[in-house]
Design a protein around this ligand. Structure first.
Ligand code: NAP
Length: 283
């Protein structure tokens, strides 16, 4: 039977270390601050950004949520971003996606200061990640790496298979695994026989958005299986991994819910603290 990777427990431990880091800065008169921008009135997105602001406040950090109406013109949004770039009391900027259809997301993201881009979306941060240099990476792939590392399994030399190649999850997860010296295969919707690849994985990451796509017969015995999928099915949240069958084959498995999700939230705090420490010359 697989060991269950407890995302809530890992998140609680990471949060404790965030609290220590935040308190150290606050003692020196520096209040780490994350500013969040949301355009539009999607209730789920509002709930998401407000909970991120609450996470900051819970450990003594500061956070402002900037709410803009759906019909905001792109230049106004860019003006706000540039104001935050120049505001030395702001250390991290989170721009909630998606933006309204009349905006060009890539153009807007490029205006976020790379040093404050704690969600790892800026092209310069993506470029640094691809070239194996230190950079802010998107929070979900960072969370995936935390879960893998929590198992104590040495990543170097392992076959890692990432199913999914989106810019926010699959692709950056593959880059982070490569940085840690795994031999990485990326699978996607055009992969001809998915099982041929997944059966070879010592570390298997599912980031697809297809309920229970990965079944026990697709998993190498003893593998580390990380499920980033979030799917709603019959009123329940399920992952991309068929937990029932895979738990009998894998060595480690992250559940959904309670795996990648809770740690992802904490990564945003960690990245904002890192941005603050860098901007104040602490690291
Ligand atoms: P996405 O942009 O829709 O990308 C899905 C990827 O899966 C694409 O690369 C797609 O291939 C691939 N794919 C689709 N069907 C496939 C199949 N049958 N076999 C192999 N590959 C297949 O989704 P995303 O934003 O990366 O999100 C992936 C999942 O992670 C979703 O369930 C999402 O809700 C979840 N998520 C979780 C968190 C978290 O914190 N836990 C955060 C963000 C997202 P193509 O490129 O060929 O289309």
């Amino acid at each position: 039977m697989a060991n269950i990777i407890d995302g809530k427990l890992i998140a609680a431990e990471l949060k404790k270390s965030c609290l220590d880091r935040a308190q150290r800065l606050i003692r020196d008169g520096i209040i780490p601050k994350l500013d969040v921008i949301i355009v539009g009135d999607d209730p789920a997105s509002h709930q998401y950004v407000n909970s991120r602001a609450d996470d900051c406040k819970a450990i003594g950090m500061d956070s402002t949520v900037h709410v803009l109406p759906t019909n905001t013109v792109q230049s106004e949004l860019i003006e706000l971003i540039e104001g935050l770039n120049n505001d030395s009391s702001v250390h991290g900027i989170l721009l909630q996606m998606p933006l309204p259809k009349h905006m060009n997301s890539e153009e807007v993201i490029a205006h976020i200061s790379m040093e404050k881009d704690v969600d790892g979306l800026h092209p310069a941060n993506i470029g640094a990640l691809v070239s194996g240099k230190p950079a802010f990476a998107p929070c979900t792939p960072c969370s995936i790496m935390q879960l893998i590392k929590s198992t104590g399994v040495d990543i170097t030399g392992k076959n890692a298979v990432v199913v999914g190649r989106s810019n926010v999850v699959g692709r950056p997860a593959a880059m982070l695994l490569l940085k840690e010296n795994a031999t990485v295969t990326i699978c996607h919707s055009r992969t001809s026989v998915l099982k041929e690849h997944t059966l070879n994985a010592d570390i298997l990451v599912a980031a697809v958005g297809a309920p229970r796509l990965i079944t026990g017969d697709m998993v190498k015995p003893g593998a580390v299986v990380i499920d980033a999928g979030i799917n709603r099915e019959n009123g329940k949240t399920v992952g991309d991994v068929d937990f029932e069958s895979v738990q009998h084959i894998a060595g480690y498995i992250s559940p959904v819910p309670g795996g990648v999700g809770p740690v992802t939230r904490t990564i945003l705090l960690m990245n904002t603290l890192e941005a603050c420490e860098r901007l104040h010359g602490r690291i």
